[in-house]
Design a protein around this ligand. Structure first.
Ligand SMILES: [Zn+2]
Length: 372
């Protein structure tokens, strides 16, 4: 259940609270990605300490390995992975379309070959909902067809039709989980509007914005979000799937989005990249060889309180596992810190100013160019 607590006076940013069987989530909220039933290198206790309130599990991966029967036998995904907080699972569709070898796509679902052992599998709306029920997640997502970018209008239109057909079937096969619909429609404002309106008519507990961050320029990504949120009800949470940098997340919050998931902070940490208020920094650079400052000056995370750039750089050069863990802790801390400040600023009515200042600083130092 979602409660809208406050609106920012100068943007569409919202402060809210989402209550699930495994706990309360303060929104806007960042959800770390636990693809294989683990947020890579972090224990559940460490995630809690960092401020995680909900994590994401990937249905596609868990279904192929270890397989749903084993997770069911363990008592569901919460028990299997030792995380007692809320879990959101995706439908698996996105990975089927991006990772697996497609065999046959029809209105019934999609037949594909596992990227692990080549086995032939089938995922339809009923299967997607049944798997998520067995995993026991707090929030389930409908199966959708996510078109690539760029996408011609005819294909975008067909993917909206199929997404709506599957959404209806997923709703019929839903159990006692909260279910979010997914708005598709690629870069076509009227298709996004139609998809959003139809999903609202079918009736979901929240709405995900899909088909964003699939290779399109950033300006278009923001526009697609704007075209979508305008047609979604204020009393349901909105979730932008697979986004983004801290600066992008603030832009989405300003457009009325409440939930975010992104593998970026944990993935780049394992390559030696620290995400800071001033953009991303590669800790393996030679300049850090004898730099005894913390990874980010002024950061209160465990890594920055205890260790130096020289030490973290050394760990990466020596291929020590602790290096991956220390940067993952720092990067997640930065995301949770930005989201916490966003919530405080919305409550205080000063979010827009904060978001502008943060973005300008982040992009200037990161050398990011806006795609106009
Ligand atoms: Zn830090």
């Amino acid at each position: 259940m979602y409660e809208l607590l406050a609106n920012d006076p100068d943007s569409s940013a919202r402060l809210g609270r989402l209550t699930t069987p495994h706990g309360v989530i303060d929104t806007p909220c960042f959800m770390p990605v636990g693809t294989q039933g683990t947020v890579k290198t972090m224990t559940p206790e460490e995630l809690r300490e960092l401020g995680a309130q909900i994590i994401l599990g990937n249905t596609y991966h868990l279904n192929l390995r270890p397989g749903v029967p084993i997770i069911e036998k363990a008592g569901g995904l919460h028990r299997f992975m030792g995380w007692d907080g809320p879990i959101l699972t995706d439908s698996g569709g996105y990975q089927v379309f991006s990772l697996a070898k497609l065999r046959k796509l029809s209105d019934d679902g999609v037949e594909f070959q596992s990227h692990i052992d080549g086995a032939t599998c089938f995922l339809g709306p009923r299967e997607a909902m049944q798997i998520q029920q067995k995993l026991g997640s707090d929030i389930a997502i409908v199966l959708d067809e996510c078109p690539p970018w760029p996408c011609d209008r005819d294909s975008a239109c067909k993917s909206v039709d199929r997404t709506l057909l599957w959404a209806t079937r997923c709703r019929e096969h839903g159990g006692n989980q909260e279910i979010f619909g997914i708005v598709q429609g690629s870069a076509y404002a009227d298709l996004r509007e139609r998809c959003a309106r139809e999903l609202v008519r079918i009736g979901f507990d929240g709405h995900a914005i899909g088909g964003v961050s699939v290779g399109e320029p950033e300006e278009l990504m923001l526009q697609q979000v704007e075209w979508t949120t305008g047609h979604l009800p204020a009393d349901k949470p909105r979730y932008a799937m697979g986004l983004g940098t801290p600066a992008q997340i603030l832009e989405m919050i300003a457009r009325g989005v409440d939930l975010f998931d992104c593998a970026l902070p944990t993935r780049v940490a394992r390559n030696g990249t620290a995400i800071t208020q001033r953009g991303s920094v590669n800790v393996k650079v030679a300049a850090y060889k004898d730099d005894l400052r913390p990874v980010e000056e002024g950061c209160a995370c465990y890594t920055c309180r205890r260790f130096t750039r020289a030490y973290v750089r050394h760990l990466f050069n020596a291929e020590e596992i602790l290096g991956l863990r220390l940067l993952t802790i720092h990067n997640l801390h930065v995301y949770f810190r930005v989201l916490r400040e966003a919530r405080e600023r919305i409550a205080a009515g000063t979010f827009a100013e904060f978001a502008r200042g943060f973005s300008a600083n982040y992009r200037r130092n990161n050398g990011e160019q806006r795609n106009a």
